[in-house]
Design a protein around this ligand. Sequence first.
Ligand code: AHG
Ligand code: MN
Ligand code: MN
Length: 320
Amino acid sequence: MQTLSQSLKQSGINDELAKLITVLANTSKDISQAVRHGALAGVLGVAGTENVQGEDQKKLDVITNDMLKDALAAQGSVKALASEEEDEIVPLSKDGQFLVCFDPLDGSSNIDINSLVGTIFSVLPAPSGDVSEQSFLQSGRKQVAAGYVLYGPSTMLALTTGKGVQLYTLDPVSGDYLLTVDGVQISKDTGEFAINMSNQRFWEPGMQAYIADLIKGKEGPRGKNFNMRWIAAMVGDVHRVLCRGGLFTYPTDTKDPKKPFKLRLMYEANPMAFLVEQAGGKASTGYETILDVAPSEIHQRVAVILGSANEVDACLGYHK
Ligand code: AHG
Ligand code: MN
Ligand code: MN
């Protein structure tokens, strides 16, 4: 099996980008250790602080954010970073050619129940001149790399640099990421969907009608039975979609009128949409392709509907 460094070399991407991906991958190995030690290392529970989005930070949100920030600061090619856990962008190396956006720990409500969590990252080209929040406001199409690391029974890295999607598994013996699936393809059709059903009454009429038809199963308009899964960590739900197809959505809702969407564009929706498209799937807000959304601020949220191409189309049919 190829190691990550062998496969990056073979992919022909530029050296600087390969080095940056290697730093992200190496840091994720340390994060994997911190997550694995859990209560033994005293890293569970809340940090007693809130992030800019008003969410309680877990200790591990803060620890993993600092690990990534330190690693990228030392790297030299990153002009600035944006993180779920940082109010503002963090300028790093003046002449850096990349901008990195990340969710250091996705699914952090799963930490205290020893369930799936992950790290999501997106790499953009850095415009020349002084760096500011404006430098980050590029559409997801501009991403030069994106991926996630899933800290599950095995630690896995899903990566795209625009040449398909590769899945690597962390070998606990050698400490290397080894290429275990090359050219991930999401099945066009699926019988599985993922949505937080408890928000049903707050969805738009189109989403209400779509899910109602799925639940009608064989006797309904879709003519087949559907199964439902919800991991409560996008990283786990998207991983399942990459492995065996499915539709994952966190749609628009009216639960909190000030917050119609849950997932963040720059470090959740865009990197996942890049992976999904590279694996032959689709990713939409319901009205627009996620990768074409013009961002207006780094912590902006969007509705997300992604996964098996034909099922995403079926869902979008209810949004017209
Ligand atoms: P984060 O832990 O980074 O704040 O993200 C959590 C997100 C996402 O990963 C997941 O799909 C969703 O929140 C879960 O939402 P519910 O709490 O509504 O299940
Ligand atoms: Mn998240
Ligand atoms: Mn997070």
